[in-house]
Structure formats: C-alpha cells, structure tokens
Design a protein around this ligand. Structure first.
Ligand code: COA
Ligand code: AMP
Length: 631
C-alpha cells in the first residue's frame, strides 16, 4: 500500500488503524476501546487494556529466542571503552534494578529521576522503572543543579539515580556534586540516591541516603514485570516552555508502545535484529524514543554513543561507528552534520571506512538547511530524510515514511504528514491558510497514539498551552506552510523558544536569570543565527542608572549566572550592554526586530515602535561585537 492510501486509512478510521498497529505489542489484557473519546479534549488510547513496556522491550524478545542478540552497544570514545549487552543480560539487569527500586520502597506510580550520562545503566534504570510501573523522569546532564532542583520539586521523586560523572571532551561533568546541590536547593527531598560510580571521578556517598549501583545490584532480588494500565504514565520528560517553569510532558504506556513500534517499521523501515543508531542523548525526547524504547520494543540493537561527531577523536567518528557496528539507519540533528562538514568539508575521513550497511540518515531537532541536506546526500549516497516532531508528540509528525513509500524529497521540507496526524496551517482568523501562505501549524484532534496525555500534575496548563488557541486543535508552536502537494515547510517558532545545536531552550528562562542580576534594569534574549548551532542566544541588557562598573565584568557575571542557573547546554556566551531596548508604544520589547538586526537581515520598521532611533543604537552595539553584518 502506498503513502496516500495508508494515510487515508489512518484518517478515516483511526480506531481500527491503530488497533491493527497494536498487534506489534503484547498486551496483558485487551482494551475496551481503541480510542476513548469520552472526555474531550483529553483523548485516551487503548483504555481498559494492560501491558508492561519493559516486558515488551526486553523479556518477550528473550522468550522469542533473541536472548543472545545484542540489545545495547555502548560505544564510548571519551572513556575508550566499548561494551555489548545481550537481551538476556538486559533482562537480568533490568529485573535486578527494578528489585533495587522495590527494596527502596518504589512502587507503581512513584517517580524516579534519572540524571546520567550516556551509559547503558541509564537505559537499565529507565526500563527498571517501567518494569514495576514507576514513572521515570530523565534530566539531561547539561542542565544545572538549579534546573534539576526545579524538576525534583515538580516530579517529587522517591528515588534519584545518577552517574558520578560525565565526560565532555574538554572537562569532567561533576554529576555527584550537582546532584547534592540540587537536592539541597529543592524543597522536596528524595529518600534515596543510587549512584553509578565511574572510575574517571567517583562520588562520595552520603550515609543513609546514597547507595552504590553495583553493590545494590549484587544484593538485589530480581523483580517481575507489573502490568499497568495502557493509560498509566510511563515517563515525564521536562521541556522548555515559554516561562522559566519547564513543562512536564507525560507519556502513557500503551499508546506510546504502539507508536514506537509502528514508527520503527513504517517511518524508519527497520526490521528486528537490525542496528539503529540515534546519535542524541537519553535526556532528550529523541533519546527516549529512538535510543531506548522504539529500537528495543522492535527487537533491534541500539547504540549508546558517548562522544561527539567531531573531536572524539576526529570528524570520522560517525563513519567509524557505522562501519564497526553495521548501522542500518542513523538519526541525528543537522548541527552534527554541520560540525562534521566544518572540520572535513570534502569528507576525506569517509574514505577510511566502509559505511555500506547504512540505508538512510534521518535528521530532526531543528530546521534542516538545504546546504546540510545536499552535502549529506552527496557524501553518503543514501536517502537523507528531514523529519519534524517535538517532545510533546514523542515521534514524527511529518516525515518521509521510508517503510511505507519513499516520496520525492524537497529540500527544506520534512515531507508530508505521518499517518495519524492531521496537519493544518491556520491563519490569524483560524481559517486554513492557502497553500504557500505561512500560518500557525496546528494538529487537528485527536492526536495519534504516543503523544502527550497531559502535563504532569497540571491538566489546566496542558489545555491552556496547547489546546486553547483554536478549539479542536493542538498548537505545535511552530509556524510554516503547506505547499500545493501537501509538503510541510516549518519556518520558525511562534513563541520564545530557540533551538541551539538541536537543543530546545527558552529565551524567557534566560531573561529571568539576567533580570535577577542586581545591576540589570531590563533585558532581552534573542536567538541569533549561527552557522554551526543554528541559533545561539544573545543577551541585550540595559543597566540600572548609576551603575558604573565595567560592562565587560557585568557581562561575565551574566554568562556565569546563566551557566549556573540553567546549565552549559544553554550555550549563553554573549551579552551586549545597550542604553535602551526598542519597544512598541504599549511597551512590548521588539525582539523580532532585534533578531533581524543581529542576523543582518532586512526588516520592516514596526509601525508601533516608540522611538525608531533606538534601532540604530542596537545596530551599532551589535556590530561592535561581530553581529549585524548584512548577509
Ligand atoms: N552533560 C554536560 N554538559 C554537556 C552535555 C552533557 N550531556 N552535553 C553538552 N554539554 C555542554 C558542552 O560541554 C558545552 O559546554 P562548554 O560551554 O563548557 O563547552 C555546552 O554544554 C554546549 O553544548 P553543545 O551546544 O552541544 O556544544 P558542543 O560544542 O559541546 O557540541 C555539537 C556541538 C554540534 C558537536 C553537538 O551539539 C552535537 O553533536 N549536536 C548534535 C546531536 C544532538 O545532540 N542533538 C540533540 C537532539 S537530536
Ligand atoms: P524538541 O521538543 O526539543 O524536540 O524541539 C521541538 C522543536 O524543534 C519543534 O517544535 C521545532 O521548532 C524544532 N524542530 C524539530 N524538528 C524540526 C525539523 N525537522 N524542522 C524544523 N524544525 C524542527
């Protein structure tokens, strides 16, 4: 069946389409309804059914004879180690880890926060939670203690699981001190921490609270899989919202398992036994979905890569991993390919490797610029697929579904709606925009299985953030257009979210940090274009009158503050001190205009601007620090 007919079937009769897809999963008991529409706008998939996600990702493959197959390859150039874990070993490890959690009083519905680098134990911890119905929340290692504390207070975990350290090419990340500081700052106090001691920097254990991973695992009684409701939460994943308070995206068990298994076959064209590599991090949604759950639910081998595209040791790192582990499909962010291209524009490293196993490259996380797309196509000689999605959906909204039918690629477009998603571009009046006209990208409800069911503990914020802009639609927060052939083009965000090296960040959260500095009267943070990372945050600050300290000193303090309060991942390194910020007559800061100036682009003088002369001041302040050059 071709793309058109599969898409049409999914739209016409979603209940039977997804009920059929659900046969990819083993259920403990069947559902009453595939799609429960009884409480709109809250839709629920597979209500009444029970299952266990860990059983589906691990145990059933062992029962089906895949016990000896490698489930996880840990390839870690930063520690010079490689390790393979079979499905049988993974079953033993997850059962033991689930036993450790149970011995600490964790049971169904309890939260466990995981703060770990790219090591297999992060996956074992996630699966161990799923095994007993506990809800995990993984926090990316590049976030600061303060961000971790915010998540501790929101999720209220019973237990924390952490690595003692992470290894970045230029430094060791001190996870254990960050963990201790976060617990110190948080109001909620988890009762225990399980610490994976890494030889590069072991952490000190706090008696009575902290346990070593290995010792706890040795003593543990393996725990069985506990069936949970399809609609019970599997995990919470925090993502940047428009305020400093991150949003806890909640994913259910049943719909998620179905979406993961279906997408592995139909979007990525993967078969059981093949090797899938998502070069991302378990702290992001790409890691949750395509390092952990989708490959394992599908009986594939997944790669946990603890390294970078360049510098570990060189720009041939990706090709080495593909050759060495027979990777069929690679998934990463365009920024990784920009980094490789910058170091090795003629792809000379590629000549040293045989990447014949590679069938396709999938890119997501940020807009894929046509240059990067064509470069990747030309050096790899396989389909390069841009696909668009977000933490909230958990899997692709628009893609070229290679497992259904490869459609012609249009540079700059993630192709067409994935079956199950009804993508609409609406204008300011809420009417469908004409082909080619830019509007808000919305998804008509109900969403397919696997998308967020709510925000943790906050149904109201879920409805207000996503479902209120237009009744009956989900607001993606992206703007773009559909062309005559239904190809989607995603152009920009409509809120203050920026994308830095494929990482989603809130400029509002950074502004809150800058505004808390005693010398700052007013500030704005914009995402300025960057050739490597797509965008980089740029702060503009107005100092309080009477402040006579050196602007450079204040700038350093602000950079340190953002690093300390949000984390190195924010990549906040540049501050311009300006006399005034441009505003509308009603006092709204003209961030879009300042971004155009920083990027050296043409802009229209805003009709409501209070004082146009301020724009010249901004222009010269930004030119002085290397921005605002016309392109
Ligand atoms: N733990 C702690 N710190 C981390 C971290 C982690 N897991 N990941 C990144 N950081 C730190 C980096 O060390 C860097 O710190 P620094 O300011 O001290 O140098 C900072 O956060 C910014 O990181 P990043 O923006 O990733 O820049 P980078 O220079 O380290 O690497 C790329 C640039 C392009 C090579 C890298 O971002 C990359 O490989 N991206 C593509 C893949 C990807 O992860 N995509 C995510 C979604 S699919
Ligand atoms: P995240 O929730 O971190 O996955 O970030 C999601 C956001 O990243 C989306 O809402 C888009 O703004 C952006 N994004 C992700 N993939 C793409 C893509 N293929 N093209 C354009 N933007 C993308």
């Amino acid at each position: 069946m071709g793309y058109e007919s599969v898409y049409e079937r999914a739209m016409r009769d979603p209940d039977s389409f997804w009920a059929e897809a659900a046969s990819l999963i083993d259920w403990a008991s069947p559902w009453e309804q595939a799609l429960d529409r009884s409480k709109p706008p809250f839709y629920r998939w597979f209500s009444g059914a029970t299952l266990n996600t860990c059983y589906n990702a691990v145990d059933r493959h062992v029962e089906a004879g895949r016990g000896e197959q490698t489930a996880i390859i840990h390839d870690s150039p930063v520690t010079h180690t490689k390790r393979r874990i079979s499905y049988a070993e993974l079953q033993d490890q997850t059962a033991r880890f689930a036993g450790v959690l149970q011995s600490l009083g964790v049971s169904k519905g309890d939260r466990v926060i995981i703060y770990m680098p790219m090591v297999p134990e992060a996956l074992i911890a996630m699966l161990g939670c799923a095994r007993i119905g506990a809800i995990h929340s993984v926090v990316f290692g590049g976030f600061s203690a303060h961000e971790l504390a915010t998540r501790i207070d929101d999720a209220q975990p019973r237990v924390m699981v952490a690595g003692s350290c992470g290894i970045e090419p230029n430094r060791v990340v001190h996870y254990k001190p960050l963990l201790d500081a976060a617990i110190e700052q948080a109001t909620h106090k988890p009762s225990h921490c399980i610490l994976l001691q890494r030889p590069e920097e072991p952490g000190s254990l706090i008696p009575g609270r902290d346990l070593g991973w290995h010792e706890a695992m040795e003593r543990a009684q393996p725990a069985a899989c506990v069936p949970v409701a399809a609609t019970d939460p599997l995990y919470i994943l925090y993502t940047s919202g428009t305020t400093g308070q991150p949003k806890g995206v909640v994913r259910d068990n049943g719909g998620h398992a179905v979406a993961m298994a279906w997408s592995m076959r139909h979007v990525y064209d993967m078969q059981p036994g093949e090797v899938f590599w998502a070069a991302s991090d378990v702290g992001w949604v790409v890691g949750h979905s395509y390092i952990v759950y989708a490959p394992l639910l599908s009986g594939c081998t997944t790669i946990v890569y603890e390294g970078k595209p360049v510098g570990t040791p060189d720009a041939g790192a990706f090709w080495r991993v593909i050759e060495e582990h027979d990777v069929s499909v690679l998934f990463t962010a365009p920024t990784a390919f920009r980094a490789i291209k910058r170091e090795d524009p003629r792809a000379e490293h590629l000549a040293r490797y045989n990447i014949g196993s590679l069938r396709a490259l999938f890119l997501a996380g940020e807009r894929c610029d046509p240059d990067t797309l064509t470069w990747a196509q030309s050096i790899l000689g396989v389909p390069v697929i841009d696909h668009w999605w977000q933490t909230e959906t958990g899997w692709a909204i628009a893609a070229n579904c290679l497992g259904i039918e490869a459609l012609p690629v249009k540079a700059g477009s993630p192709t067409r709606a994935v079956p199950g998603y009804d993508i609409q571009v609406l204008d300011d009046e809420g009417e469908p925009a004409k082909p080619g006209a830019i509007g808000r990208i919305m998804l008509r409800l109900p969403l397919p299985p696997g998308c967020l069911s709510t925000l943790w503990g906050n149904d109201e914020r879920f409805v207000q953030s996503y479902l209120s802009a237009q009744p009956g639609y989900y607001l993606t927060g992206d703007a773009g257009y559909l062309d005559e052939e239904g190809y989607l083009f995603v152009m920009s965000r409509i809120d203050d979210i920026i994308n830095v090296a494929g990482h989603r960040l809130s400029t509002g959260a950074m502004e809150a940090v800058l505004a808390s500095h005693p010398d700052v009267a007013e500030c704005a943070v914009i995402g300025a274009a960057d050739a490597l990372k797509g965008e980089l945050p740029l702060g503009l600050v107005v100092l309080k009158s009477g402040v006579e300290r050196e602007a450079a000193d204040i700038g350093h303090e602000l950079v340190e503050r953002v690093r300390d309060q949000i984390g190195p991942v924010a990549a906040f390194k540049t501050v311009a001190v300006v006399k005034r910020l441009p505003k509308t007559r009603s006092g709204k800061i003209l961030r879009g205009t300042m971004k155009a100036i920083a990027d050296g682009k043409d802009y229209r003088m805003p009709a409501t601007i209070d004082d146009p002369a301020i724009l010249d001041e901004i222009q010269s302040a930004l030119s002085a620090i290397g921005y605002a050059h016309r392109v």
